[in-house]
Design a protein around this ligand. Structure first.
Ligand code: AGV
Ligand code: CA
Length: 313
């Protein structure tokens, strides 16, 4: 089987790290590199957790790289702290070692190098802001030809999830952290699968989902899911600013099993500054993207559990 070549850039949230775990289990995917941007997580624990997940759950070696990018609008530290919880999980620290190689290059250069040295075209999966991609394209515009497509968790055409002073609430956080970067990527010809809040809103973390994982914790991979998600707040009665969804995990699942989601082409642009900065907005003159707007939650959660059981039976 020829495997699809996937480069993964994430920002250290619980669902980012679970996404890495998932990508490593997909039979027809080879992860060619992983990089970490310190947006919704802290750089050191998110990088260490990534290397430990590769050590524990991958059947092949993957090189990891740290980003030196900085955003415009920082994430709340209450959310970023989650990266420490995952890094501290006993299952990731049993061996007491960290073997997955760490690149000397910062993420945007690591991305350029990995795309160049991969013979086939690369699929990019980004589950944080687009800063490293935007910098890579600025430094080496010719890599665009070797990018198959970008699968990105970002954006919304409905209600945003940013509740911050000086903002009107229309943006999704991954766009808002660095609106200029998303704006720049929108100026390229790269094909984009946009996994927006429209679809991720359908997959909240709930007590029922947690109970399902608890029942099957005899599988080490399912126990890992349960432990990862024990550190973040579920949807119980009504949504709060902290309610956790499986945003990034749906994004990786949409790559692993395409029929789990519904897509449609929409033309849109990104607002780079001002009170709506980071908003993705329908625009007949804008870039056509494949909007992932719906999913079947049952099928999604079954797929997730299936992969987790495969990882560590
Ligand atoms: O906007 C969703 C993105 C996803 O990439 N992140 C979390 C996911 O990793 C930011 C975010 C929005 N609301 C959050 C977020 C919350 N309540 N807790 C943590 N992160
Ligand atoms: Ca994320």
């Amino acid at each position: 089987m020829t495997k699809r070549k996937v480069y993964f850039n994430h920002d250290g949230g619980v669902d980012d790290l679970v996404s890495l775990f998932m990508l490593l289990q997909m039979d027809d995917v080879e992860v060619t590199g992983v990089s970490i941007i310190p947006a919704d997580g802290y750089l050191e624990p998110a990088t260490d957790a990534s290397r430990k997940i590769i050590d524990r759950f991958s059947t092949y070696q993957v090189e990891v790289s740290k980003s030196n990018s900085r955003g415009k609008n920082p994430f709340p530290s209450d959310w970023r702290i989650h990266s420490f919880y995952v890094d501290a999980l006993p299952i990731l620290n049993e061996s007491g070692t960290m073997e997955a190689p760490l690149s000397e290059l910062p993420a945007h250069k690591h991305l350029i190098e990995t795309i160049r040295k991969t013979e086939e075209k690369t699929i990019l999966v980004f589950t944080g802001p687009l800063t490293d991609l935007s910098r890579a394209l600025e430094e080496a515009p010719e890599i665009e030809e070797k990018i198959e497509k970008l699968v990105w968790m970002g954006g919304t055409f409905e209600k945003g999830n940013v509740q911050e002073p000086e903002h009107d609430g229309t943006a999704e956080w991954n766009v808002y952290w660095d609106p200029e970067a998303a704006y720049q990527v929108w100026q390229t010809g790269i094909e984009i699968d946009l996994v927006a809040l429209e679809s991720t809103n359908k997959v909240p973390l709930t007590p029922a989902v947690r109970n399902r994982w608890a029942k099957e914790r005899c599988y080490e991979g399912v126990d890992f899911l349960g432990n990862c998600y024990s550190g973040v707040p579920p949807l119980v009665y009504s949504e709060t600013n902290s309610t956790y969804y499986l945003w990034d995990v749906l994004t990786t699942a949409a790559l692993g099993r395409e029929e789990l989601v519904k897509r449609k082409v929409v033309q849109c642009s990104v607002i780079p500054d001002g009170p709506s900065q980071g908003r993705t907005i329908l625009d007949p003159a804008g870039k056509p993207v494949n909007l992932v707007y719906d999913t079947d939650p049952d099928a999604f959660f079954s797929y997730l559990t299936e992969l987790a059981k495969k990882a560590a039976p």
